[in-house]
Design a protein around this ligand. Structure first.
Ligand code: GP9
Ligand code: MN
Length: 409
């Protein structure tokens, strides 16, 4: 292996990459269905607007799933595409620009490629223009077999809102394509209806708009609720087709939807002042891992999108011996409560560090920055090392890997 990769490997191997023997292979041989919930933040989960539950379907599902309330989005300027990059590769997006554009010709060792080697057929469903975020190129690089984009869906004005095809039709029209995928498959859905500026026709509203003087904020609840209901319909379709039980579901928010331009309405809604601490806590996005038939469990571990690749692969019973992963299996006993955001902010079990200041959880009171000091170089190195991999295209030096399907340690 190249000497350029050696310091990276010794760094990623410093952090314990544990495997939870009880969880390893829990979903072995199942289909993997990954759903990216556009702009969905955790503050809507188990919460209400105008006295009504915002996400009744997700709230129910959470009771039968692993739910991660301290899961953070780690994207930068590449927004949705950064979240995809993080999740597929366990590498960070770049400090500026979108890695989907700048480094689409690199070598990677992405989840679709890894699963492809054990017979999974992979497909993405996203009803936008195929070249948006350079996806048509990047998906080939990541090893996707199929990409169903705008041109593969029947998109009419009645079936569209805002950025394009409504989520309910994305799911509905994907069913015939799912039928033609060879099982086990890896299907990734990128939803769109809950995208800024959160437009929705009144007839599609499940909850009504909130009543602050911030229209964007008020409408957010309606599109989140619509997204929730569309997902419910999709699950029903999968059950009818007999695909539900044979699949592992990973559902997560891609990034925040409510920017700091809406802090006044947010303060009013949450009844809490907007502080740098609050800003970081609002970068939490839902993560739901659902393996049909399991018991529900809330997992408090501080985590981020970087951790999904090892988590998913281990659940499917794949351990990639010599992969370079910056994340850690969320079920591993020895994993540390620590997550770095793309701007260098970080979160531990006790502290949040952002904009050069250290805050104590859960109240968010500022404490001496010394309290956060020990983690600061770790956070910096984490991002630097990942950036070196991407800028230097270092995964071209990865040795062909062996997949160990029988880990029980
Ligand atoms: C566009 C969709 C939304 O295809 O992924 O993009 P975003 O603006 O959220 O990155
Ligand atoms: Mn997005």
């Amino acid at each position: 292996e190249s000497s350029e990769l050696a310091p990276i490997r010794s760094y990623t191997e410093e952090t314990p990459h544990g495997i939870n023997a009880k969880m390893f292979g829990k979903a072995k041989g199942k289909n993997l269905i990954l759903i990216s919930l556009e702009s969905t933040q955790s503050f809507v989960i188990n919460n209400k607007v105008n006295g009504k539950e915002i996400t009744p379907f997700l709230n129910d599902l959470i009771d039968k799933s692993y739910y991660f309330p301290n899961f953070y989005q780690q994207t930068g300027q590449g927004k949705t595409s950064d979240s995809e990059f993080l999740v597929e590769n366990s590498l960070y997006g770049l400090p500026s620009g979108a890695v989907f554009f700048t480094n689409s010709q690199n070598e990677y060792n992405a989840t679709p490629e890894i699963l492809g080697k054990s017979g999974y057929e992979s497909a993405v469903f996203h009803a936008n223009n195929k070249s948006f975020w350079n996806r048509n190129i990047m998906y080939q690089t990541l090893g996707y077999d199929r990409y169903f984009s705008q041109e593969d869906f029947n998109i009419t004005p009645e079936k569209s809102i805002g950025w394009g095809l409504k989520d309910e039709y994305l799911y509905k029209q994907s069913m015939k394509y799912l039928d033609n995928l060879k099982e086990p498959f890896y299907a990734k859905y990128i939803t769109l209806t809950n995208h800024f500026p959160f437009s929705l026709e009144e007839e599609d509203e499940i909850v009504s708009e909130w009543d602050s003087n911030d229209g964007v904020f008020n409408r957010y609840f309606t599109t989140v609720s619509y997204e929730d209901n569309a997902l419910k319909q999709y699950f029903n379709r999968l059950k009818e087709k007999g695909l539900y039980k044979d699949s592992l579901f990973v559902i997560y928010g891609d990034h925040n939807g409510i920017s700091d331009n809406h802090t006044e309405a947010m303060e009013k809604y949450l009844g809490k002042p907007h502080t740098p601490y609050r800003h970081i806590q609002l970068q939490r996005v839902p993560l739901i891992i659902h393996n049909p038939g399991q018991k529900g469990k809330v997992m408090e571990t501080v985590s981020g999108q970087i951790d999904l690749k090892p988590t998913i692969l281990h659940l499917l019973g794949k351990h990639i011996e010599n992969d370079i992963q910056f994340g850690t299996d969320l079920f591993a006993k020895e994993r540390k409560d620590f997550t770095v955001l793309r701007d260098g902010s970080f979160i531990t079990d006790k502290y949040i560090y952002t904009e050069g200041k250290c805050y104590r959880k859960p109240k968010g009171n500022e404490v001496d920055s010394k309290q956060c000091q020990e983690w600061k170089p770790i956070a910096e190195e984490e991002l630097n090392k990942s950036d070196q991999v991407v800028y230097g295209d270092l995964l071209r030096f990865l040795q062909p890997y062996s997949s160990n399907d029988n880990v029980d340690g």
